[in-house]
Each structure stands twice: as C-alpha cells, then as structure tokens.
Design a protein around this ligand. Structure first.
Ligand SMILES: Cc1cc2nc3c(=O)[nH]c(=O)nc-3n(C[C@H](O)[C@H](O)[C@H](O)COP(=O)(O)OP(=O)(O)OC[C@H]3O[C@@H](n4cnc5c(N)ncnc54)[C@H](O)[C@@H]3O)c2cc1C
Length: 343
C-alpha cells in the first residue's frame, strides 16, 4: 500500500484524498485551515463562459464526472450538498445575444443552452435590455458541507496543522522521520511559500462575496448580470464575486461590498440587507490552466494547484487524473502538466 501525504485540505487536496483512497493508498492530509478559498466559494458550476459565449474548457468531460463524483459522496455519506439549478444570463450586448442565438440549437451547445423564448425577452424589466438566456446543466454545492464531509472520512488521516518544510527530507521521502512514497502539495495560493514549487506561477486573485436577504430575487434561478445571485434558503442569497488580481490580502472591504451592492441594483431595486461578507483568494495561473506534475529533481514530490475560478467543476476529474499520475504514472493532460512552463 502506497503511503501518501497531501499538504492542503482545500478542494484540491480533499478531492485528491478521496481518489487516492479509492486507489488503495494510505492517505494523510495536513491542513492548516488558514484562508480556505474553497469554503468562501459560492460553489457554482457554470458550463459557459459568457460574453464570448463559449463553452468552458473540457466541460463535456468535467461536468458528467463531477456530477457522478459528488452524488456518490452524497450517497455514501447520507448528506446532501450538491444541487441542480438554472442560470439566467442577462445579455450585456446585442452581440452576446446573437452569439447565443447562433449556438443554442447546435450539437455543441444544445446541452447547455435553453432555446430563447418570449418570456426570456420580457421578464425582469431592469435587466432585460438585450434579453436573457437560461443555461442548462448548472449546479451548485454547499461548499462548507462538502469539505466537512470530506474531512470526516474515516479512511483519511486529517492533521490540522501547518506542514513544517524543515521536517521534510525530499530525497528520502521522509517527513518528521516517517517514510512516505509521495508528498503532494495542494496549498492553493499559499504555494508561493513552498521551497520546492514556490517559483511556479500560481497567482493570487482575491474575491469578496456577500450573503444578503431580500424579497426581490428569484429563488429558482441563479441570476447573472454584472454579479451572480444564488438562493441558499430562507430568502438568503449569495451575491458574488469581486476580482482583484495579484493580491493575497484577505481583508473585507467597503469597496468590495459597495461594488457588489451596486451591481445587484441591475437585478432588483427592492431593499437588500447584508447578512455576511467573506473574502478568499483563488489560485489562478497566467494561462488559466491548472498546474499538475512532479518535481524536476525529487521524484517523490508532486504539485496539484491552479484550480482558478472553476475549481468545483474541474476538481473531481483532475484529482482522478492526478491520482493516476502519482500511483500509476498515467500521463497528465498536456494542458495541465506543469512541464508546459518549463520548456
Ligand atoms: C469569492 C470566491 C468565490 C468563488 N466562487 C467559486 C464558484 O462559485 N465556483 C467555483 O468552482 N469556484 C469558485 N471559487 C474558486 C475556488 O474557491 C477555488 O478554485 C478552489 O477552492 C481552490 O481550492 P484549493 O484547494 O486549490 O485552494 P484552497 O481552498 O486555498 O485550499 C488550500 C488549503 O491548503 C492549506 N495550506 C496551504 N499551505 C499549507 C501548509 N504549508 N500546511 C498546511 N496547510 C496548508 C490552506 O490552509 C487551505 O486550507 C471562488 C473563489 C473565491 C475566492
């Protein structure tokens, strides 16, 4: 049985832990629990990239795999956290609407786009200058519940502490004197402190998100125009999210809150009460692809990071590919392999 340490118990490390246990490994996850972007995230799974109205990268592979993965965890734990929804996108221009009309009935897009009908043209007077379209095959997760479930799996040894880099002998594969076959770093944006992988281009993209109460928004659909809304129960909604590039500052700001509230005015003019505000840092990469692979010298050290803005869609399948790479040396997808930036 291979003995493996995963450093970081956010979305990346937690999904990878499940996959490695399923492959028959003995898995320890070390997680400091500091600044999880995974818990702050709204957990939306949106198959489209709006404005240019394209499909997300590898979406036809990622969504069916994620659906099966999360549903299996729900079944085995008996805890519900994964939900289907519809996103209603209010077009930002005539061009965006035309892109939709061109694509909605094509083989490539019909799984993700409802055909626009009369109601889509007229509903929501504030936001409807260019009409709207409804996205199919969308989901959202209660992210905190998912992570709590993954952290309580009896097969995974969870240690709530910081990984001590000085205690790792990378050549021997020993940590605090104990031998491991592989040590896999899933530290999110905090990987910049890592002595072996810290020079890899994982950027920090701050995001703030609100929880609000209002009577003015749809409970059935996630609305999307300048911001998104997601009903989480009892008249409460998540409203997100801001993007501030190249910063790992996690403080809550008035600027972030006011920007989200101003954007929400495009969707409702009814009163809104802010119940909570959160900030997190997304681990992003310059080419918007994950960074996965092995250390160039130490072949027991691995890296799984850069899940960016769509981690909840990608993590289930990417963690399977990472587990197969670590345990069976199955080659990684070329666009994920960190060798792409070494050559
Ligand atoms: C505001 C906001 C909204 C978002 N909304 C969505 C969304 O709707 N849908 C979506 O798919 N994605 C969303 N994301 C992105 C998503 O959160 C990320 O893609 C994903 O959570 C990244 O997971 P991760 O495990 O790589 O990083 P993290 O969640 O940052 O986890 C890394 C973990 O490693 C631990 N760690 C780091 N270094 C060490 C160490 N040396 N020792 C021990 N532990 C360590 C940290 O404490 C942390 O727990 C959002 C992000 C933000 C900020």
């Amino acid at each position: 049985m291979q003995k493996i340490i995963i450093v970081g118990g956010g979305l990346a490390g937690s999904c990878l832990g499940v996959q490695l246990v399923a492959s028959g490994c003995d898995v320890t996850v070390i997680d400091s629990g500091v600044n999880h972007s995974s818990r702050v995230a709204a957990g939306m799974i949106n198959p489209l990239v709006f404005r240019r109205m394209t499909k997300s990268w590898r979406v036809d592979e990622f969504i069916p795999y994620a659906e099966a993965f999360y549903q299996l965890i729900e079944q085995t734990s008996g805890i519900s956290f994964f939900h289907e929804t519809t996103i209603r996108r209010f077009f930002s221009s005539e061009q965006e609407r035309n892109f939709w009309l061109e694509r909605q009935q094509t083989d490539d897009f019909s799984a993700y786009m409802h055909v626009i009908n009369e109601e889509d043209e007229t509903v929501f007077p504030y936001a409807n200058q260019f009409g709207s379209g409804r996205v199919k095959n969308c989901f959202y997760l209660d992210t905190t519940t998912l992570l709590d479930v993954l952290h309580s799996l009896p097969e995974i040894h969870l240690r709530r502490e910081s990984f001590d880099y000085t205690e790792l002998n990378p050549a021997a594969g020993t940590y605090q004197g104990e031998h491991f076959d592989s040590i896999i770093f899933c530290e999110g944006y905090q990987s910049k402190h890592n002595p072996w992988f810290g020079t890899l281009p994982v950027d920090s993209t701050k995001g703030e998100i609100l929880t609000v109460e209002t009577e003015g928004l749809s409970r059935e659909e996630s609305l999307n125009r300048k911001c998104f809304t997601l009903h989480t129960g009892n008249g409460r909604y998540k409203v997100g999210a801001t993007y501030v590039w190249h910063t790992d500052d996690t403080t809550l700001t008035e600027e972030g809150k006011n920007l989200l509230l101003d954007n929400l005015r495009y969707l409702t003019d009814l009163p809104v009460t802010v119940v909570a505000q959160h900030a997190g840092v997304r681990p992003t990469t310059p080419d918007r692809r994950p960074l996965m692979g092995k250390h160039v010298i130490y072949d027991k050290l691995f890296f799984f990071n850069g899940l960016g803005t769509k981690g909840y869609m990608m993590a289930p399948l990417l963690s399977k590919e990472m587990a197969d790479f670590v345990t069976k040396e199955t080659p990684l997808h070329t666009e994920c392999n960190l060798n792409r930036i070494r050559s």
